[in-house]
Design a protein around this ligand. Structure first.
Ligand code: CA
Length: 219
């Protein structure tokens, strides 16, 4: 999953970016409203963490512009403790959830998981397909109860598939959702990740759709 992190406080941004990457997300960062607006309009991000007090363009205006442009990704806003009206305005502007500063990183991660689940129409934090079980809270993957060790990229690919069982996923789509913008994206490396994943998962789980991409099926 790809998260857009918008926060102008460099220390907080770095801290959150580190925690998000450790939790398995591809992270795009912005430290001002103009860059945030652009990234949210142009990049297929899956979820956004949006600070409201931002230089150049404030967070509420950014959110307005995204929603006007029919960008529907879930957005969690970060608000100042003293400013309850920001929450109201934020939710009225199309925010899906909010957190008041200061907050615990664990709470942010839990709320993002819930937003992603809701956006994908999944009720449980544990995704299951055949004998494969992926716990989005711990990042743990098991096959028939046995733990499987995946790299960050492999995990993101599998999580993306597990959110859409049976659906065709093109290489381009996969590339766009598992890498942050500044990553050197090469669709050939997707094939490498899928190849490695297949060796760790039940045979036939990730099927190739000739000339199109992949699909979680069989198993
Ligand atoms: Ca701020």
């Amino acid at each position: 999953m790809r998260v857009l992190l918008v926060e102008d406080d460099p220390r907080l941004r770095e801290q959150l970016a580190r925690a998000l990457r450790a939790a398995g997300y591809a992270v795009d960062e912005a430290d001002n409203g103009r860059d945030a607006l652009h990234l949210g309009l142009e990049e297929p991000v899956d979820v956004v963490v949006l600070d409201l007090g931002l230089p150049v363009l404030d967070g509420l205006s950014v959110l307005h512009r995204w929603r006007e442009a029919a960008r529907t990704m879930p957005v969690l806003i970060l608000t100042a403790r003293t400013s309850w009206h920001e929450k109201v305005e934020g939710i009225d502007s199309g925010a899906d959830d909010y957190l008041t500063k200061p907050f615990h990183t664990e709470e942010l991660l839990a709320r993002l998981r819930a937003l992603i689940r809701r956006a994908q129409g999944v009720a449980s934090p544990v995704l299951e397909y055949g004998s494969v079980r992926l716990d989005t809270r711990s990042g743990q993957v098991t096959v028939a109860g046995q733990p499987v060790t995946l790299t960050g990229h492999e995990y993101r690919v599998l999580e993306y598939f597990m959110h859409r069982p049976g659906a065709m996923v093109s290489r381009t789509e996969l590339t766009e959702h598992i890498y942050a913008q500044d990553f050197d994206r090469d669709s050939n490396t997707i094939e490498v990740f899928v190849g490695r994943l297949r060796k760790k998962l039940p045979a036939g789980l990730i099927q190739t759709v000739r000339g199109m991409g992949y699909r979680l099926g069989g198993a």
